[in-house]
Write a protein that binds this ligand. Sequence first.
Ligand SMILES: [Zn+2]
Length: 264
Amino acid sequence: MHHRIKLFACIFRNKSSNRGTIYPKCIQKCRMTDLQWQSALYDLRRQIVAGDLPGGTKLRASHLAVQMDISRTPISEALVKLEGEGLLVRDKSGYTVRTFDLQEVYDAIELRGLLEGAAVRKAAERGVSEVELQKLNELLQALDDVLTRDQLADYDALNHDFHLQLAQASNSDILVAEVKRSYRFPFAAPSAFPTHAGDAKRFRASLAIGQHHHQQILLAITRREGTRAAALMSEHALLAHENVLVATQKQEAIPQLALVRTPV
Ligand SMILES: [Zn+2]
């Protein structure tokens, strides 16, 4: 993180001078603080959603500032933002990582399916270009390849790219932003479920069904079948319901479960 901050400061130079005169210190400091709070936000959000900071963990700006070696101000800004995103709760004693019950996890997954569904419906109705179709087909083929070769380590990033490319095919910045926002809840992102954990055999079967959905969604977009594309996308997201339910029932070793309050 420090490296990135230093780099950022270096590129903020006066273009009119070949020697690279640095902007006045106040501007430079503002830019660095912006970057710091965004880095802190990204870092904390990643740790929460990955289950590294389990539900119920108290977060104090002073401790985090020491741990992350930055000042308290950007940390405090990041904590306010995370509270707004619904990942933290605040009371008199400070911020605590939220715990979600199963129904809330299901709702977040369902919402992701609805938003992605709206995006693919729009893509199908407006029609997508040959270039966009080619990109989507290439990603679909790459997903097929990793599943065939059982290279599951590569699956998550490709699946994430495929979902994002589908959302972008809507050509709607608003929809894309809302789809991305829906990925921020535990288990709601398309690749939220770690491929290396849990019951591998059952999970592989779930991936095969998911890939069949991917193929059908792309086919529906190509045929301009908006309603079908949206219905398939909603159904596709619901695969995650089953994965979460089984993982909680079997108490699988998945770090994100640290955020989920399971029924006793
Ligand atoms: Zn998928």
